[in-house]
Design a protein. Structure first.
Ligand code: ZN
Ligand code: ZN
Length: 348
């Protein structure tokens, strides 16, 4: 039996590199040799046992690019050796959401690295329908980030921004830093709020018009100064802490839109529902992506969306647990960590 290395999370704060059977692609599936895999907050949540969709034991990882290694039966639109990006979904294809084309809401949605084996491994199984060609001017490491880029694109599109809107982005992690770029492309005026100055500096380079560090500045006061006391057109929450979630209703204008990309995992967070009703707010959720990968890859390939500046570290698979802990602790220049075998240096 052929085997491969995989980072298997077997319980709370336990990841081991194990030699496991190399999976065999079934009908409609493709075996992808993983070249790069981004680490994500949901990998940390899975590692800590906080993620509602992740159960142990599981091979984590879902932001990946690689090379087609083997085809399952019936797959005739891919060739072994092609460079690909994996949209990490398996869907049923027949439920009402799938039939309406909103496949991210499939009632049997399965995500790589969540309910099925992930891409923190030498190989991963993907659904042939959810593979995309890697643009040749993107590295495997950059292309792996089409996943968070697509998440951010999906959320921004749901906000229906207009040129000139003031958009406040709370949190400049991976998804926040990408939302800055998408909102700028839309012609919005963008304010980014984060406690890390190095992230704010780069956010400004990526197109943010205003950067605010809430440890020094009053965010609400800045928003009201910019809008003659009216409030932001749209507030995008990309932190997932109770206090930032609660702050959204005080930053947005009457009739404005709140996009909740982050979530705290707690069912009892206070959120100003009275303000939601009386200010006629639109509060939106977002789940992954739906038809967003091709657009994300096109914009990345054309240089409109930049991911290289947010890649802060590169580590080989053997050091994945160290990477997950770096991401968990944050701070000190940690932004996006990429797991790639060719990784020679820690610092990107
Ligand atoms: Zn992710
Ligand atoms: Zn379905």
């Amino acid at each position: 039996m052929r085997t491969m290395r995989a980072a298997v999370c077997t319980g709370r704060e336990r990841i081991g590199i194990e030699e496991v059977p190399r999976p065999v692609p079934q009908a409609g599936q493709v075996l992808v040799e993983v070249k790069a895999c981004g680490l994500c907050g949901s990998d940390v949540d899975g590692y800590l046992g906080h993620h509602p969709m992740i159960e142990w034991p599981i091979i984590l990882g879902h932001e990946c690019s690689g090379v087609v290694a083997e085809l399952g039966s019936g797959v005739d639109d891919w060739r072994v050796g092609e460079d690909v990006v994996v949209e990490p979904f398996f869907t049923c294809g027949t439920c009402p959401a799938c039939r309406r084309g909103r496949y991210n809401l499939c009632r049997d949605l399965k995500l790589i690295g969540h309910q099925v084996a992930g891409s923190l491994a030498d190989y991963v199984i993907a659904d042939a329908r959810f593979l995309h060609h890697k643009p040749c001017n993107l590295s495997f490491e950059e292309a792996a980030l089409a996943e968070p880029v697509s998440c951010s694109l999906h959320a921004i599109e749901r906000c229906h921004l207009k040129s000139g809107d003031l958009v406040v982005i709370l949190g400049c992690g991976t998804v926040g830093s990408l939302a800055v770029q998408f909102a700028s492309i839309k012609g919005a005026e963008v304010m980014v709020v984060d406690v890390e100055d190095f992230k704010l500096d780069l956010a400004a380079q990526l197109g943010a018009d205003h950067v605010v560090n809430p440890t020094r500045d009053d965010v609400r006061k800045r928003v009201m100064e910019l809008t003659d006391g009216i409030g932001a057109d749209c507030v995008l929450e990309a932190v997932g802490r109770p206090d930032t979630l609660a702050s959204t209703v005080d930053l947005v204008k009457r009739g404005g839109t709140i996009m909740l990309m982050g979530w705290s995992g707690s069912e009892t967070d206070s959120f100003g529902l009275t303000k939601v009703t009386l200010n006629e707010l639109t509060v939106l959720g977002t789940l992954c992506y739906c038809w967003d990968f091709p657009v994300a890859l096109k914009l990345m390939s054309r240089g409109k969306i930049k991911v290289a500046p947010i890649i802060s570290h590169r580590l080989p698979l053997a050091r994945v647990e160290e990477g997950v802990n770096m991401l968990r602790q944050g701070g000190a220049g940690v932004w996006k960590i990429i797991i790639a075998e060719e990784a020679s240096t820690d610092r990107a």
